[in-house]
Design a protein around this ligand. Structure first.
Ligand SMILES: Cc1cc2nc3c(=O)[nH]c(=O)nc-3n(C[C@H](O)[C@H](O)[C@H](O)COP(=O)(O)O)c2cc1C
Length: 192
């Protein structure tokens, strides 16, 4: 299975980036995870011509080619970072990069809530008519007090967080396969 993992910030240092890099190593036997950076992408503007934005087109191509997408989402002012929102606008304006794409949202924060508010906003955004991604339902991975859970070498060292993320990832892989199968055959409505 081939997945891409979007680092939801353009900052040079990010715990969410470390978390995605840890996932790439930890789950390497199950999936090939490519970590994608957003820092080189321009701020979205309708005035820019998408077909002239090489970095955006390369980024979008990687997303489209993947079986599924993981988003590592920090929390800024109780929402998602503006740089991540800008990327979602690129991927959904004149492009359909995330349409029907299975998505797993994860996130860490300095406080206790593990970017919960940002993750809720991200779910809403990904469900918008212009995006229509398939976000893994009924499951979230919230990593509070992220500075304690990830050490200086980038290792996730909290055993309960590791167990939780492992379960979450197994569910996501099942979900990716279910989406690829089209959630099974569509049955006719009763009375048809
Ligand atoms: C502009 C700004 C706003 C922030 N707002 C929040 C917030 O609302 N809630 C929160 O838990 N952390 C907030 N933070 C702190 C951290 O950025 C946040 O916990 C983040 O998820 C850490 O992830 P990162 O290391 O990947 O950037 C804010 C930081 C910045 C720079």
């Amino acid at each position: 299975m081939k997945l891409v993992a979007i680092v939801g910030t353009n900052a040079e240092f990010s715990y969410n980036r470390l978390l995605l890099q840890w996932m790439r190593r930890h789950f390497s036997a199950d999936a090939e995870i490519e970590v994608l950076e957003i820092s080189s992408l321009p701020a979205f503007s309708r005035d820019l011509v998408t077909s002239e934005q090489d970095d955006v087109l390369v980024f979008a191509g990687r997303v489209e080619a993947a079986d599924g997408v993981i988003v590592g989402c920090p929390e800024y002012d109780h929402s998602i970072p503006a740089a991540l929102k800008s990327v979602l606008e690129w991927l959904s304006y004149q492009l359909d990069s995330l349409k029907d794409k299975p998505v797993l949202i994860i996130g860490g924060s300095y406080g206790p809530l593990g970017s919960a508010r940002a993750q809720l906003h991200l779910r809403q955004i990904l469900a918008s008519p212009q995006i229509r991604a398939n976000v893994l339902p009924g499951r979230e991975f919230l990593l509070g007090h992220v500075q304690k859970a990830i050490d200086d070498t980038g290792e996730l060292i909290d055993p309960s967080a590791i167990a939780d993320l492992e379960e979450c990832f197994v569910e996501f892989m099942r979900y990716v396969r279910a989406v690829q199968r089209g959630f099974g055959e569509v049955r006719p409505l009763s009375g048809d």
